[in-house]
Design a protein around this ligand. Structure first.
Ligand code: CTP
Ligand code: CA
Ligand code: CA
Length: 648
């Protein structure tokens, strides 16, 4: 949450508005690079993205998939290694890069460059296996790539950052990247180290609105490469993937300091952020074995750009004063989202190639040409980015997708079942991984998509039961049903992509959460047996109800709760340890949970035995290739910069 800043002697307000006119100096072009920082700024807790002391880092793992394989195999750090997916290289470690090997090279070309190259094929699901593995022979016609190991390692790294950096916001940004907002702990450390700043001196002319005294000298040594203020990035620096990368092989080396550039309190904040980042990166390196590179700056966009300034195992710092010279020479089409049609349109419209070329375009001009929302481009070119670092770790991933492109298309019904089993194995593993963190996760729907070439896909979906144990068998059985429905009476087909996904993943109800506690533990054998005996082995208090299928609660003081299943005529009764149930509401919840569990047990059994048909939740949702119903609103034609992005 942000608090709004009342008018104050600071100039932070102008930073966020951007100025369209009279572009004359770096200060105007790039917003307020040296805002006055007052006692109030330092003592405020929640200035959010407007905080003039904001410190954000982006930490990216070096040659990530290759590093994962090196850790798994215990390979020496100097061994050149690549990760292969079929015949293509998808990750190259730094020792292998010295041989000129790069991603997307073919295996044979890489071996020619480095005959002792260690080549590891990414793990795959093999037909008939429930776990991915590293097999001697892999074939895209029979195997499916598994990135599960990298995903798990990636979660470990993020968890270590969270553990090492209390008070920081950590946002996992991709499989090998995390944004970290250091602002809170940095502020605390400033106040610890400089306790005299805890309140304005008695003679401060504006009270808390008084500017802080000049900062102490900053020792940058050992904190990373400080991007120079005065000289632009060296000639051999190039931008790759929206980031600057340098050919320097001296990672972590501090740049010669710009002696004439005065330090600011924001520089102090950056240097403290750098200390914290170093500790966390060291912990990841020593504990998990992964080397990382980090960029530290005033916002996410700049942190990301800065992260690849020194790689691998490097840490770079972008002071506010360095922003103009760092950004100006960058080819803007290398910036994320400016690479495609939009970037080309800007390049043509303004005959521009670098960020600097576009700085003379006023906001008005840009918005007239490209619409209101082009303010985003205007600001990004000036290194302004108001997006927050948000820990998404606690928010639920609503869906999970397993997908396979089929070089050899599925041409008959049987082949479909084989692939569904492979996809089911991946979904089972991923769901059970997620359940290790949140045991009551429930994917409410299973969806099957099949596509031929570039034609739009056909799909079927059905509700998925809540079961405590989600096995490959259960998912595959449900998937098979969908496949059968999808195929219908066709005997021949030509499916080139098949996808199985869980959607509507949610936490199961409270009743289900605690269900385990309501009856005695059941063995797997008992659960798997057709006879449902385990519910009733405790002394029964209730009698079977005549109205089958209704749960009933007796009004007697002895709590009597029972339920007769309409299908198997079993009586479900709670094992009544009276102390367990505080009130009748709790009893109701307990019996409801018991019934649901029992029904789901039937459902799962039926699926495996293929006794019940699975119906799509809504007939209209069952086939996505149908024409859009007339009632559906037509989407508005895109305007402004939206025209340059493809619709999903
Ligand atoms: N990756 C991929 N396909 C891509 C881009 C990335 O499979 N088009 C995988 C890579 O295998 C990589 C991981 O995603 O290991 C992270 O990607 P990235 O950070 O771009 O590259 P790294 O291999 O980590 O190398 P670097 O040290 O340059 O970050
Ligand atoms: Ca990386
Ligand atoms: Ca990355």
């Amino acid at each position: 949450m942000e608090t709004s800043l009342p008018d104050s002697p600071t100039k932070t307000g102008s930073l966020w508005k951007g100025k369209a006119k009279d572009v004359t100096s770096a200060q105007d072009e790039f917003g307020d690079l040296n805002p006055i920082i007052t006692y109030r700024h330092l003592l405020s807790q929640n200035l959010g993205v407007r905080d003039p002391l904001r410190v954000v880092a982006l930490c990216d793992s070096d040659a990530f998939y290759a590093a994962c394989e090196m850790v798994r195999l215990g390979v020496d750090k100097d061994t050149p290694l690549v990760v292969l997916q079929w015949d293509s290289i998808i990750a190259v470690n730094y020792p292998a890069r010295k041989y000129g090997i790069s991603r997307m090279d073919k295996k044979m070309d890489a071996l020619k460059r480095c005959p002792h190259l260690k080549i590891v094929h990414v793990a795959t699901y093999r037909e008939g296996e429930t776990e991915p593995g590293y097999w001697d022979e892999v074939d895209t016609n029979t195997h499916k790539v598994s990135l599960d190991y990298y995903r798990r390692e990636s979660l470990k790294i993020a968890a270590m950052f969270r553990e090492m950096l209390p008070g920081c916001e950590v946002e996992k940004a991709s499989i090998d990247e995390a944004f970290i907002d250091f602002t809170k702990p940095v502020r605390e450390i400033i106040l610890q180290r400089y306790p005299h700043l805890a309140q304005p001196p008695p003679d401060a002319p504006f009270g808390v609105e008084t500017a802080l005294p000049p900062p102490p000298p900053i020792v940058w040594d050992g904190k990373g490469a400080v991007i120079p203020v005065n000289s632009p990035p060296s000639e051999d620096s190039s931008i790759t993937d929206g980031q600057i990368s340098s050919s320097s092989d001296e990672p972590g080396r501090a740049e010669p300091l710009d002696k004439d550039v005065v330090s600011t309190w924001h520089d102090v904040a950056l240097s403290i952020g750098a200390e914290l980042m170093t500790n966390a990166r060291d912990a990841v390196h020593t504990t998990l074995g992964y080397s990382t590179s980090a960029g530290i700056a005033r916002n996410k966009f700049l942190a990301k750009l800065t992260a690849s300034y020194r790689k691998p195992n490097g840490q770079s710092i972008l002071r506010n004063a360095s922003i103009p010279n760092y950004l100006r020479p960058m080819p803007f089409q290398k910036i994320r989202f400016l690479g495609g049609k939009l970037g080309r349109a800007f390049a043509e419209e303004y005959d521009a190639a670098t960020v600097g070329d576009l700085l003379s375009i006023t906001l008005d001009e840009m918005q007239t040409k490209f619409g209101e929302s082009s303010i985003w481009v205007y600001e990004i070119l000036r290194g302004l980015d108001r997006s927050e670092v948000k820990d998404k770790g606690s928010t639920l991933n609503k869906s999970m997708l397993a997908s396979k492109n089929l070089p050899k298309p599925i041409t008959n019904v049987q082949e479909g079942y084989r692939w569904i089993r492979v996809l089911a194995a991946e979904l089972a593993l991923r769901l059970n991984d997620a359940r290790n963190m949140s045991p009551n996760l429930w994917p409410k729907t299973l969806v099957l998509h099949a596509r031929k070439g570039y034609e739009s896909s056909r799909s079927k979906q059905a509700p998925f039961p809540y079961t405590r144990e989600v096995t490959v068998d259960i998912i595959a059985a449900a998937g098979d049903k969908l496949w059968k429905e999808l195929v219908g009476t066709s005997t021949q087909m030509n499916v080139t992509n098949v996808q199985l996904s869980f959607t509507g993943i949610d936490f199961a109800e409270a009743g289900q959460k605690t269900i385990e506690g309501f009856f005695k533990p059941t063995s797997k054998r008992q659960r798997d047996s057709a006879e449902l005996t385990d519910f009733n082995t405790q002394a029964e208090v209730g009698q079977p109800e005549s109205s089958a299928g209704d749960a009933k609660e007796d009004s007697a003081t002895d709590i009597i709760v029972s339920h007769t299943c309409t299908r198997c005529k079993k009586t479900l009764s709670l094992n009544l340890e009276l102390s367990r149930f505080k009130d009748s509401e709790e009893q109701k919840t307990a019996i409801a949970a018991l019934i649901m569990e029992h029904d789901d047990w039937h459902f799962a059994q039926d699926l495996v035995r293929e006794e019940i048909p699975i119906r799509p939740i809504q007939p209209s949702a069952s086939t996505s290739h149908k024409k859009t119903p007339k009632t559906k609103k037509r989407r508005k034609d895109p305007v402004g910069i939206e025209r340059f992005f493809d619709r999903k």
